[in-house]
Design a protein around this ligand. Structure first.
Ligand SMILES: *Cc1c(COP(=O)(O)O)cnc(C)c1O
Length: 298
């Protein structure tokens, strides 16, 4: 098995717009590692792939919705590693597959659609017998200590740099936990993209050793109505951010994180003199589900 991260390092892009607040902001462009695969997902999947190799598994199996960056990344990672992948998808099979699921199929993933009930129970009994006998089952979104260990590798991309703050969007919290594991003295800031993400704090802590519990801050006011919700204000911001910086963002995760960054710096919650690293976690493929012309970038 030869699964490797794309060669080289992700680009670090300075956003000079924040100089007027006496703040330096660098964006780690994990989105630029691969055209479809979400940046942080590569890192989260690494140790799962190593585990599959060690245990002699020939298949990766995981779960997600019709627009899941995780399933698509897993499909691509499995193909590059020369092993099979199975995606258990929430909900009935639609007449027209989402671009994400089409992409996963193109990567060779076997898709099986589960009813909401089956999905809640992570019930794969509808799978053809024998198909998943030698599969490594990866939790939804790659959540777990294994995924967090992989996500910690993100900060190896910026070794030697000295940041006061590290900011990223939060879904399952696995990436956040990985950043906390590797952040040292820098303050880690998470922007949950789910509304009422009431248990996310405990879910992140559960992936951390006790001394690192609570070594992060979450700001819950930037979900724009909830998961995958898009408002005209967010669309306008994403377009304006692209015009100013040349950085494309996705409407589920990174658009909200960049919006929060702007607001937190403008309000001096992230104060003058700060040196901020923002993780561009990728996810741009998800924008393909938007009506054409919503965003000024592709
Ligand atoms: C999955 C994803 C996240 C969230 O990562 P978690 O580890 O689940 O918190 C953030 N940004 C993008 C683009 C993603 O695809």
């Amino acid at each position: 098995m030869s699964f490797l991260l794309p060669a080289g390092k992700a680009r670090l892009q300075r956003v000079t717009e924040f100089y007027k607040f006496h703040t330096t902001v660098d964006v780690l462009r994990l989105d630029a590692l691969h055209p479809v695969v979400s940046g942080n997902k590569w890192f989260k999947l690494q140790p799962y792939l190593q585990q599959a190799q060690q245990e002699g598994r020939d298949t990766l199996l995981s779960f997600g919705g019709a627009y899941s960056n995780h399933l698509l990344a897993l499909a691509a990672a499995a193909r590059l590693s020369g092993i099979k992948s199975i995606g258990l998808v929430r909900g009935e099979r639609p007449a027209i597959l989402s671009p994400t699921l089409e992409g996963a199929l193109a990567e060779g993933m076997t898709l099986q659609f589960l009813t909401r009930e089956q999905y809640r129970n992570k019930d794969g009994s509808a799978l053809p017998p024998g198909l998943a006998d030698h599969a490594l089952v990866i939790p939804e979104g790659g959540y777990g200590p294994t995924g967090a260990r992989g996500a910690a590798g993100i900060l190896r991309q910026v070794e030697g740099q000295d940041y006061t703050h590290i900011l990223a969007a939060v879904g399952t919290g696995t990436t956040m936990a990985g950043l906390v594991l590797a952040a040292g003295e820098a303050q880690v800031i998470g922007i949950p993209v789910l509304r009422n993400a009431g248990t996310i704090r405990q879910e992140i802590n559960a992936l951390l050793p006790a001394p690192l519990h609570e070594r992060f801050r979450l700001f819950h006011d930037y979900h724009f109505g909830g998961y995958a919700r898009l408002t005209p204000e967010l669309t306008a911001f994403m377009n304006q951010w692209y015009e100013q910086t040349g950085i494309p963002s996705d409407f589920v995760y990174t658009g909200k994180a960049f919006y929060a960054l702007n607001d937190l710096v403008a309000r001096a919650v992230i104060g003058p003199g700060s040196r901020v690293l923002v993780i561009h976690t990728g996810g741009l493929q998800g924008n393909r589900s938007l009506p054409k012309g919503t965003l000024i970038f592709g």
